[in-house]
Design a protein around this ligand. Structure first.
Ligand code: NAP
Ligand code: GCO
Length: 265
């Protein structure tokens, strides 16, 4: 086998919401694999924060301000990227939010907001990049799903609905555009230590671990939270020629949680 199949040399990768967290880690890995990095975030302050972080890693990334839920803005951004950087070969739909609210206490507006960012935006971004991928004869779309694409839990109804839908959007893009040599797959991270999950890991007043933190440790065969770096290898694989016959798949990177009943108390 030619190991260059895992190279991203000469490819342009757009990772949404990638000033920090999982998106940043994936972009870092893509840069190491040879890709040109483009990212966006919701405001200039975050884009500047991201540019500083990328520069500190020696990565010459290009950052843009764009709200991924705004279709006109996304269409304009893709045209700008194509003019200034090049056709997007790899899209990672990473931008996402969560609102942990008991369903009967959640307003429809709050529910819609989560669906808008976590499901509608991946549709908007994929729709914007697919035409040029078809013209170019290849493309990779990677949707950042979740364990909540498979399981529910209290207080995350909107998020689980969005991530479940994102799994099916992944399969549908595969079905509709696989014939154009476009592979659309998902990554389903387990519980990863990022700002998004920080509230679930906060130390208690007495210095003990958060009950949810203890719960996740007991439910994970690896007995630890994941790190954004745990996602880098799977993300490079799904963006590279090494996965050209993998399509419509969600690759769970969860330390084994989905396979495990949990440690006996
Ligand atoms: P994070 O730390 O909250 O980062 C998410 C990024 O997306 C932030 O930079 C955020 O900007 C940006 N964003 C939010 N709304 C946006 C919008 N409308 N337009 C553009 N950018 C926007 O989250 P993370 O933990 O890195 O998670 C990244 C992805 O992985 C998300 O899709 C999440 O659902 C998924 N995921 C996370 C975990 C986990 O355990 N952490 C597990 C499974 C899946 P702001 O700072 O302004 O919000
Ligand atoms: C939560 C967490 C999870 C993780 C992730 C798990 O509140 O349960 O935030 O949703 O973010 O999605 O895969």
């Amino acid at each position: 086998m030619d190991m260059n199949a895992f190279s991203l040399k000469g490819k342009t990768a757009w990772i949404t919401g990638a000033s920090y967290g999982i998106g940043f880690a994936i972009a870092e890995a893509y840069a190491a694999a040879g890709a040109k990095i483009v990212f966006n975030d919701i405001n200039q302050e975050l884009v500047d924060k991201g540019l500083k972080s990328y520069a500190e890693k020696g990565i010459d990334a290009t950052g843009y301000v764009c709200d991924v839920t705004d279709e006109d803005a996304v269409q304009e951004l893709v045209k700008k990227i194509e003019a200034e950087i090049g056709v997007i070969d790899i899209l990672v739909n990473n931008a996402g939010i969560i609102r942990r609210i008991p369903m009967i206490e959640m307003s429809a507006a709050e529910f819609r907001k989560v669906i808008d960012v976590d499901l509608n935006a991946p549709f908007i971004c994929a729709k914007a990049v697919i035409p040029s991928m078809i013209q170019k004869g290849h493309g990779k779309i990677i949707n950042i799903c979740s364990m909540m694409s498979e399981l529910g839990r209290e207080t995350v109804s909107a998020y689980a609905a969005a991530k479940g839908g994102l799994k099916m959007l992944t399969r549908n893009i595969c079905s509709e555009y696989g014939g154009h040599n476009i592979q659309c797959n998902g990554i389903g991270p387990g519980y990863i230590a990022t700002p998004q999950t920080a509230p679930l890991r906060e130390r208690q007043a007495d210095g003990s671990r958060h009950p949810f933190d203890q719960f996740i440790i007991a439910k994970t065969p690896a007995a630890r939270w994941g790190t954004p770096e745990d996602l880098q290898g799977p993300a490079v694989f799904l963006a590279s020629d090494a996965s050209n016959f993998v399509n419509g798949h969600v690759l769970y990177v969860d330390g084994g949680i989905l396979a495990y009943i949990g440690k006996q108390p």
